[in-house]
Ligand binder design. Structure first.
Ligand SMILES: Nc1ncnc2c1ncn2[C@@H]1O[C@H](COP(=O)(O)OP(=O)(O)O)[C@@H](O)[C@H]1O
Ligand SMILES: [Mg+2]
Length: 444
């Protein structure tokens, strides 16, 4: 970047100097030629009718600003005194009127000069010359100065280039450093942030890149933290039933000293605890599936799936009447096993919280599945949290469960593009509503 910036500025500096040099040189040359023409006119006026030979100026030593001579078309008319300015065939041609006036560079007496050969009178040409070494010296000086300026420009360009590279690429350097730090420490808490001292400055491309990098890191950190919390919570949740299991297992090891009813109670507890741990592990696996690629979707008819799930729930909860009312036959793209888990979870919760004898009402419309029970319902302050992992209302702590069921249900619903909400049913109890996406909505 430094090199590119330097090269760019240097090319411009050198180019500008070159252009300036060419312009100045052309101007000086034009000026000299203009002087020559004026001088020629003056000499012609003053020496009307002059014959061949030197007519003005101390051409020999070029002491005077210029000199002039008249040249005949025919060399036989040449004067006896030698010419001071070089006479060529071209000059004779101008004298004869066969050629247009022209300029030439000549050397007179060792000095560079510019000469104009122009027509003067019939059969004669006028040659005037002016010293051009001043002009040439001027041009040389300009060239020297401009070369110096160009060199200074190139040096400045070098400094500017490295400055631009350093300030322009500073965020990139910080970005690289942060990425390297994260790679080395595996700690996504690092951030690049706005450049120091420029917090409020408008964002250029690199600052925007840094900002989106930070956003990405936010997401990464969130996901890492969520996973850590899930693992920590899961281990915590597993510890209680495992401890209870161990206690009961130890108890059963001394079964000979227990009464039959004590033994029965202990083994029932072991079965219950094992079921609980099993459920918890199954839920955890299901939750962790979120990260997996989606299995192939198929068109799932919800009504038969619901029938099947309700049948399973009836087996599980023989004391709970399930009232099923089907008014629609939605078909959604999805994974049947996961949808079954979702609905099964809602039915399980409803049955679990239902007072004995009161029905669980299940409704299926064209776009919606509802599960309603007549239990205690969900307190308003718990409503926002029931879908959180491991969240269980204080009132629910006495009942078996892990708090993962609804989190998993919501995750499955989202994966199907459906929404799952919890409400307090009018007249008491909880109402869960699963709304399927309409046909136009995309399914992830
Ligand atoms: N039908 C319901 N009636 C009342 N509360 C419910 C109902 N379903 C869920 N909840 C509340 O939401 C919490 C989370 O439910 P869930 O994730 O299924 O966990 P779990 O069933 O293991 O307790 C429950 O602990 C309970 O407080
Ligand atoms: Mg549950």
């Amino acid at each position: 970047m430094a090199l590119a910036a330097t090269a760019a500025v240097a090319v411009v500096a050198v180019g500008m100097s070159l252009a300036a040099f060419l312009i100045v040189r052309a101007q000086l040359n034009d000026q000299l030629q203009l002087n020559l023409t004026q001088y020629a006119r003056l000499v012609a006026q003053r020496n009307q009718g002059a014959g061949p030979g030197v007519i003005a100026g101390e051409c020999r030593f070029l002491a005077a600003p210029g000199c002039a001579q008249v040249v005949p078309a025919d060399p036989r008319d040449d004067p006896e005194d030698p010419y001071v300015l070089p006479v060529t065939d071209a000059a004779r041609a101008v004298a004869a009127g066969r050629r247009a006036p022209y300029y030439t560079d000549v050397t007179v007496d060792g000095h560079p000069a510019r000469m104009l050969t122009t027509d003067f009178a019939r059969g004669r040409a006028l040659q005037v010359a002016l010293r051009s070494d001043t002009v040439e010296r001027g041009v040389a000086q300009v060239a020297r100065l401009l070369a110096l300026a160009a060199a200074a420009g190139v040096v400045t360009a070098g400094f500017l280039g490295s400055w631009v590279a350093r300030t322009g690429l500073a965020p990139v350097a910080r970005l690289t450093a942060t990425a390297e730090q994260i790679a080395a420490t595996r700690d996504p808490r690092h951030r690049i942030g706005p450049p120091p001292g420029r917090e409020g400055a408008p964002k250029d491309e690199i600052a925007r890149l840094a900002a989106s990098f930070d956003v990405m890191l936010d997401e990464l950190e969130k996901s890492v933290t969520a996973r850590r919390r899930l693992v920590a919570d899961a281990s915590h949740e597993l510890r209680t039933p495992l401890t209870a299991l161990r206690t009961n297992a130890e108890l059963l090891a001394r079964a000979d000293r227990l009464s039959p009813s004590q033994r029965e109670r202990a083994s029932a507890a072991v079965r219950r605890l094992l079921r609980e741990v099993n459920g918890l592990v199954a839920d955890l696996i299901e939750l962790a599936r979120d990260e997996e690629p989606q299995p192939l979707l198929e068109q799932v008819a919800v009504a038969p799936l619901l029938d099947h799930t309700v049948a399973t729930a009836r087996d599980h909860w023989p004391g709970v009447p399930f009232d099923v009312r089907i008014t629609g036959a939605p078909v959604v793209p999805g994974v049947p096993a996961r949808l079954t888990r979702l609905v099964g979870n809602l039915l399980d919760n409803a049955a679990k919280f239902s007072p004995p004898g009161l029905p669980v009402e299940v409704g299926l419309g064209p776009y919606e599945l509802t599960v309603r029970d007549h239990g205690p319902g969900i307190a308003a302050e718990d409503l926002p949290y029931v879908f959180d992992r491991f969240y269980r209302a204080t009132t629910a702590r006495a009942l078996p469960g892990s708090g993962l069921g609804l989190a998993m249900a919501l995750q499955i619903a989202r994966a199907h593009g459906a929404t799952l909400t919890a409400e307090r049913a009018p007249g008491g109890g909880a109402l869960f509503r699963l709304t399927f996406p309409s046909d136009e909505e995309a399914v992830t």
